[in-house]
Design a protein around this ligand. Structure first.
Ligand code: PMP
Length: 404
């Protein structure tokens, strides 16, 4: 009688779980923004679109050629079912080794349809329904649906909004006997912060001590699709270097600014305890979750995709232009260390009113409210140079208006 599923089915065509997902407030707002701004820029006089991380420039020729080459069959199995293709796994492991100086093995790379599926796979590998998942606000706004879809309970803590660092005390205080996962995202969307190694080391110490205290292992999911998008020659450090119980989720969608081509992976470090127990669990989930392997074409392309990326210099120039210009106008802007994003304090407390004032001037950014952290707005550097130049008078006018 107390089964919510039964109640839902008596009164509704959709499952209780689907209804729950469809009513997440921040998710609903994101969807409304996608409807409103997501299709702008196709065709006539596009506004200055700084909303979602979609490209506003033609794809690189090398990227297109890589896909074209991967399309040419080299044997009769070219488009057969592909699981964790060996060549792709080897290329990904080798590249991660170079990036992080951790000796990843090909058999510990599980190919997925991008970062979304890698995170979902990681959650379902280690957590059972009812388990708690801690992550920090402002978050990537789609953690909540992924966590809820897996039957898990989101537990949200705040970052330090002055330094944009994780608040380790808040994370420690949020840990309960039900905690199973902590999600960390560095380089961070939306703040652009790259967490320093000392912070990651202290986080590892907190999780190690808490796991002992609660008598149950807490896993860390390192969501790092931007691990190649770092500026000023900074060296990226992954939590996986400090905490062996880390599942690393990666997507090629950022590295090649091609989020519609779905390819990524979940990787386990060679130091992960019980890897041999995890392997069959993960491969079973890859099938049972609906065949979340990337399609054959992208698997064939992957070794070549590892050899290049979008221009980091170009992104850095865009960042610098916006930071200098907006800073000069009086925005209290922080220079991000990586990712596509600038997370800027709103000149007025009501960030939605402020983003609306920019939108009236044909400049579209996302309010901090979407990231459950009001008082800020997010600018995406995936806007092109023309949009950036055209947006500057609007940023200036909106700032002037806010001071009236
Ligand atoms: N994590 C973060 C922090 C992201 O910003 C994104 C994409 N916006 C993802 C995961 C998912 O990446 P993909 O769409 O390539 O799967």
């Amino acid at each position: 009688m107390n089964d919510p599923t039964a109640t839902s089915q008596a009164t509704s065509a959709v499952s209780a779980r689907a209804a729950q997902l469809a009513s997440i407030p921040s998710f609903l707002r994101v969807e409304a923004y996608i409807r409103e701004y997501g299709s702008r820029g196709h065709g006539q006089a596009p506004g200055c679109d700084f909303t979602f991380g979609n490209p506003h420039q033609m794809p690189a020729e090398r990227y297109v050629n890589t896909l074209r080459d991967a399309l040419t069959p080299q044997n009769d199995q070219w488009f057969a079912y592909q699981t964790n293709g060996e060549a792709a796994r080897e290329a990904a492991a080798e590249s991660l080794q170079r990036l992080l100086d951790v000796p990843f093995l090909p058999e510990d790379i599980y190919l997925t349809t991008g970062g979304f599926a890698a995170i979902a796979l990681a959650l379902k590998t280690v957590a059972d329904p009812g388990d708690e998942v801690i992550y920090s606000l402002p978050p990537w706004f789609l953690y909540e649906p992924l966590v809820l879809e897996a039957g898990l309970v989101p537990v949200k803590v705040k970052i330090n909004t002055t330094t944009f660092d994780l608040d380790l005390d808040a994370i420690e205080a949020a840990i309960t006997e039900r905690t199973r996962v902590v999600i960390v995202n560095s380089p961070n969307n939306p703040t652009g912060r790259v967490y320093p190694p000392e912070l990651l080391l202290r986080l590892a110490e907190v999780l190690e001590a808490a796991s002992v205290r609660i008598g149950r292992r807490i896993y860390l999911i390192s969501d790092e699709p931007y691990n190649r998008i770092v500026f000023d020659g900074l060296r990226f450090h992954s939590p996986v270097e400090f905490y062996a119980h880390t599942l690393l989720a990666y997507s090629y969608g950022k590295t090649h600014l091609s989020p519609g081509q779905r390819v990524g992976y979940l990787a386990l470090p060679p130091t992960m305890p019980h890897r041999e127990e995890m392997a069959p669990a993960i491969t079973s989930l890859q099938v049972a979750m609906g065949w979340v392997y990337p399609n054959a074409l992208l698997q064939h392309a992957l070794p070549e995709l590892e050899r290049f990326s979008i221009s980091i210099d170009q992104l850095q120039r865009r960042r610098d232009r916006l930071v200098e210009e907006l800073g000069g106008m009086g925005y209290r802007i922080w220079r991000p260390e990586g990712t596509f994003y600038l997370y800027v304090p709103s000149p007025i407390p009501d960030d939605e009113a402020f983003t609306a004032s920019l939108a009236r001037r044909d400049v579209f950014v996302l309010p901090g409210a979407l990231f459950e952290t009001p008082g800020f707005f997010r600018i995406s550097l995936t806007a092109n140079e023309d949009m950036i130049e055209r947006s500057l008078p609007a940023f200036e006018a909106a700032m002037t208006e806010s001071q009236r």
